[in-house]
Design a binder for this molecule. Structure first.
Ligand code: ZN
Ligand code: ZN
Length: 397
């Protein structure tokens, strides 16, 4: 085994009999957490850690997702797959979106909305060689969602400040079309050509025209509202459709809802980063939900019914007589849906039962329990039917 290298299963946080789906899900989780895209704003140390963790998970996944390599690894360890593990990241890590798309095979469809936002004809198409198309800048914003909104999907309004075509000049930069003239310096090409003759021959270089800034046109009487830029800043509200099942940190792209491009160019995109508001009672892990329910000694001993707050309303769960503290009840399909294109089905909800032991008892209660103290049913006994519990507890300590 290579020195200091972590076991592939351990690296992905799964056990040896994990299914192909489990392996995929574990890698997805690791990528969501450690992909360099998620740490752009981190410190150098954080970036380095994330990169290492991501590489480690990617290597583990490349082996464990391949049945042949997995079998060799299971049998011979690192020696069985020597040198086949590490994916080549010399050309960069690629984007997280692309990666998720590759693992899950789904389209990007669920994440892109809106129109391409081409507004009018690109400026310069009539001026010969200058085919400059202006693209507006992208905008990044955040949206906060409750778990309920995430479970069902929703529509959110986000307010952003963005450049839009100036309404006073229609984005042209001047009210009068006759005030737009072909630049006399570059004759509309936007470039200045310079030819230098030297010992080594003739060299032709092109530089951006300083008079028109490369636009090929000059405006003699600029619009006052936009100072001739053709754009003004405005606070606007955009409706964003959020698909069900999104996770904290995911980014949705709304095409064409960023800043408008100059001179009728293409609008940039709006990126909406998901922020999940923690739920008061439920804890989320991927598509699964976790909930802890504390029950009375009587309910645990005699059995009963508890009400569990699921995302689609309260759900009644039957407690068997003799339910042990720490018992986990699985409610199939009561978790969250997968984001369309990134998986399928619904996750599950896990309810952990804890038994509440009263801290204070009245003297008559004490007497009652004391009278039962010696009785066999109340004495823990590993050789009886509770064997599984004793085994489990041993493993924890
Ligand atoms: Zn204007
Ligand atoms: Zn010019």
């Amino acid at each position: 085994m290579a020195a200091g290298k972590r076991d592939y299963y351990e690296a992905l946080g799964i056990d040896r009999n994990a299914s192909a789906d489990d392996i995929k899900a574990a890698y997805r989780k690791a990528a969501m957490k450690w992909h360099p895209d998620r740490w752009v704003g981190g410190t150098d140390a954080e970036k380095k850690t994330a990169e290492e963790k991501f590489k480690e998970a990617s290597e583990a996944y490349s082996i464990l997702s391949d049945p042949d390599k997995k079998a060799k690894y299971d049998q011979f360890g690192f020696a069985g797959v020597d040198g086949q593990g590490a994916p080549d990241f010399s050309g960069g890590f690629g984007s997280l979106d692309d990666l998720l798309k590759n693992i899950f095979g789904g389209g990007f469809g669920g994440f892109s909305f809106g129109n391409a936002g081409f507004g009018g004809s690109p400026f310069g198409s009539s001026s010969g060689s200058s085919q400059r198309v202006y693209k507006g800048r992208d905008i990044r914003t955040r949206v906060r969602l409750t778990l309920d909104e995430i479970a069902s999907g929703c529509e959110k309004q986000v307010t952003i400040e963005r450049n839009i075509p100036c309404p006073d000049c229609d984005g042209k930069g001047t009210r009068n079309s006759s005030d737009i003239k072909t630049c006399p310096r570059c004759h509309g090409t936007g470039n200045i050509q310079q030819t230098v003759n030297s010992l080594f021959g003739r060299t032709v270089t092109y530089t951006t025209c300083p008079q028109c800034g490369g636009e090929g046109k000059t405006i003699s009487n600029p619009c006052r509202s936009c100072s001739g830029t053709g754009l003004v800043r405005k606070r606007q509200t955009v409706n964003v459709k959020i698909p069900a099942g999104v996770e904290d940190g995911m980014q949705l792209t709304v095409r064409g809802e960023g800043h408008a491009g100059q001179h009728g160019g293409i609008s940039g995109d709006l990126f909406v980063v998901i922020e999940e508001i923690p739920h008061a009672n439920l804890v989320r892990d991927g598509q699964n939900l976790f909930y802890t329910q504390v029950v009375s000694v009587m309910d645990a001993m005699l059995g009963g019914e508890i009400s569990v707050p699921c995302l689609d309303g309260n759900y009644k769960v039957k407690l068997d007589p003799g339910t042990q503290s720490g018992t986990v009840v699985k409610l199939r399909g009561k978790g969250l849906p997968a984001v369309s294109g990134y998986g399928s089905g619904r996750g599950d909800m896990y309810v952990k039962i804890l038994v509440w032991i009263p801290r204070k008892l009245s003297s008559s209660q004490k007497q009652l329990f004391n009278s039962m103290r010696g009785e066999g049913e109340f004495t823990p006994n590993p050789n009886r039917d509770d064997k599984a519990i004793f085994e489990k507890e041993k493993k924890i300590f």
